[in-house]
Design a binder for this molecule. Structure first.
Ligand code: ADP
Length: 482
């Protein structure tokens, strides 16, 4: 079974969010299920720089005005195929937007080129690799199922995975022909989306299978509240839509071997974790108090993640005697309001602005509880890391957060189960109640330790999700060859 995975991010070469982690971690897990994956990504500077001994496997005479090459290389533990098109991708910084923070004006072409490249691979331009399945991730790869659909037979099976329905990729209808789409593609059952060309919409309408990254999110996106304009389509395609949870790379995220921790620990040496907490308190300029209940957040700073509620609730959080450490970057207004809120509680709350992989690890290995008060969350990875590190997740009961954290309510505790705290709906009052519940549990050290041990034993790896993807790919391939 051969799969071509098509994505715009891959950890650690280019990453803005969890998508990159998933794209990097799924292929090795699929390999253990007998599925061979090659991963097609754009040739951003961070990708090109990481390639050693890349081979040019195909030359394209004209990709939106310039020649381009397809490179093959082994990098980041993956079999990569890289579309080397400097006129489209040789730009520093964020993969989607320029220094002014605005999307690159030619994004439609940048990602249509990626999709067309995927189709050329499906047609056999890479010797010895004709995929049975093309797996498209998010809107940047959304045209893949469309171009495959309109490209005739023989064709591979197509799977569209939604990592976040909020990002949809909409472009003017006038671009239709330039994007390689036939006139009849501009239709309700094609790429048309509220008077535009919708890349994600196209993928959702025309892929053979749709997946998203948790069962609860798969249900939420079929409702008007969660569907972000696409719920009607997703309801119509419910028979081919499934939710498969993400995992995390349990070699990268392993408190027993993590070089970013001050002190490494495991389930048998959990007491050592206290030294990391002290190191983190010092690093954030918080009062170094072992007994203070230390909350952490590692997050993009956006309204999705509920950080405005945290800023609002901060006086009450501090009033409970808790501390808060935030690592994040994102929307300016939230950076400003959180920084101001933290400054009013010196020693009790602090924020580090920026993207810092090493600090993210130290936080998971230090904080007593990780806050994830997202308004919606397709899967969420930080709570999975938190479970693995014995940082008790306090999460909104939405999407993948609902599916991965077992609420430690009274009955769960009696049954010796429960791995975190859930709250719903996402309001400031409910957030505070949840933090209150957690800090009450933490006052009973034996009970808290059992909670941590259960959290750390949770299966957050890729083995089970990879089995589900492999079964889905095999089922689709069998259906197509029948
Ligand atoms: P999303 O993809 O919506 O941003 P996820 O929880 O699915 O959220 O994935 C976020 C990933 O990015 C996690 O691996 C998390 O550790 C990481 N991350 C988010 N913000 C930061 C940051 N400021 N510094 C380091 N890592 C971060």
């Amino acid at each position: 079974m051969r799969v071509l995975s098509v994505a715009s991010e891959v950890y650690p070469l280019v990453k803005t969010g969890g998508l990159a982690d998933v794209v990097a971690a799924l292929p090795p897990a699929l390999a253990r299920e007998g599925v061979a994956t090659r991963t097609l990504v754009p040739g951003y500077p961070g990708v090109i720089d990481a390639l050693r001994g890349a081979q040019s496997v195909h030359a394209y005479a004209n990709v939106h005005g310039e020649p381009a090459r397809l490179l093959a290389a082994h990098a980041a533990g993956l079999d990569l195929l890289v579309l080397d098109a400097p006129h489209l991708y040789a730009r520093p910084g964020n993969p989607y937007s320029g220094p002014d923070g605005k999307p690159w004006p030619d994004n439609a072409f940048r990602f249509a080129a990626l999709a067309a490249c995927a189709v050329s691979i499906a047609r056999g331009v890479v010797a010895g690799f004709v995929p049975d399945i093309v797996h498209a991730h998010d809107w940047q790869a959304g045209l893949v199922p469309a171009l495959v659909h309109y490209g005739g037979t023989p064709r591979p099976g197509t799977v569209m995975t939604v990592h976040n329905l909020a990002f949809q990729g909409q472009f003017p209808r006038e671009l239709l022909a330039d994007l390689g789409l036939p006139p009849h593609a501009y239709a309700v059952d094609g790429v048309e989306y509220f008077g535009t060309i919708g890349f994600l919409k196209a993928g959702l309408a025309l892929a053979d299978r749709i997946t998203t990254v948790s069962p609860t999110y798969a249900a939420e996106i079929r409702t008007p509240e969660g569907g972000m304009g696409l719920d009607g389509l997703l309801r119509a395609r419910a028979d081919v839509l499934t939710g498969i949870l993400n995992g995390i790379d349990d070699a990268v995220w392993n408190p027993a071997t993590d070089v970013h921790l001050s002190v490494r620990y495991d389930r048998r040496r959990l007491a050592k974790r206290a030294a990391n907490k002290a190191a983190l308190q010092a690093r954030f300029g918080l009062d170094v108090e072992p007994a203070s209940f230390l909350l952490g957040m590692v997050s993009r700073l956006t309204l999705q993640k509920g950080l405005d509620l945290v800023a609002d609730a901060l006086p009450d959080i501090v009033g409970m005697g808790a501390q808060l450490a935030v690592l994040g970057s994102g929307e300016k207004a939230l950076e400003v309001s959180l920084t101001a809120a933290a400054a009013r509680h010196s020693g009790r709350a602090a924020i580090v602005l920026g993207y810092d992989e090493a600090l993210a690890h130290l936080m998971q290995g230090s904080v007593d509880a990780l806050l994830v008060p997202s308004r919606f969350e397709p899967c969420g990875l930080t709570q999975l890391c938190a479970l693995r590190y014995g940082a008790i997740p306090i999460v909104a009961r939405v999407g993948g957060l609902a599916d991965t954290v077992i609420d430690a309510n009274a009955m769960a505790l009696t049954a010796d189960t429960g791995t975190g705290i859930q709250f719903s709906p996402v309001t400031r009052a409910n957030l505070l109640l949840a933090i209150g519940r957690a800090s009450t549990l933490a006052r009973d050290p034996a009970l808290w330790r059992r909670l941590q041990l259960r959290a750390m034993a949770a299966d957050v790896g890729w083995t089970h999700p990879a089995k589900q993807y492999a079964a889905l790919f095999r089922g689709l391939a069998a259906q197509r060859s029948a």
